[in-house]
Design a protein around this ligand. Structure first.
Ligand SMILES: [Cu+2]
Length: 132
């Protein structure tokens, strides 16, 4: 087998492995099969400077977070995968007393719910979102 043929053969194997892997992920984690039509609603309260509840536990799928700002400052409820990670999504900034919602499809894992206003996360506006 010459070099070009080896490279081409390797590419075909890699493609097959990737395709197989993707298929098994979809069928094994239940993400696309269970309750895809149902939306789990989770209520969170934003305060100066906490978010409650401290831990949210939901099944994988679409989650609708409805946040009410019970504080005096502007707050939002945002979602990211890890500390230092990018904001996946979140509500708009909410005035005191205002309520806002955001829908997000979450696969299994642990996420961070937080307020993306500068400094608010480090002041305590941070919770764990556990997706099973
Ligand atoms: Cu905030």
């Amino acid at each position: 087998m010459n070099r070009l043929a080896k490279v081409a053969f390797g590419f075909v194997i890699a493609t097959m492995v990737l395709a197989g892997c993707g298929a098994s992920l979809k069928s094994s984690d239940g993400y696309n099969t269970a309750t895809s039509s149902s939306v789990r609603t989770v209520f969170v309260a934003l305060k100066d400077f906490t978010i409650s509840p401290a831990v949210v536990d939901v099944p994988a799928g679409t989650v609708k977070f409805t946040a009410v700002n019970q504080g005096q400052a502007f707050h939002n409820f945002s979602v990211k995968l890890t500390d230092g990670g990018n904001r996946i999504t979140g509500t708009a900034n909410l005035s005191p007393g205002q309520t806002g919602s955001v829908r997000v499809r979450l696969q299994r894992g642990t996420y961070i719910g937080y307020c993306s206003e500068p400094g608010h996360e480090s002041l305590g506006m941070k919770i764990s979102i556990v997706v099973r």
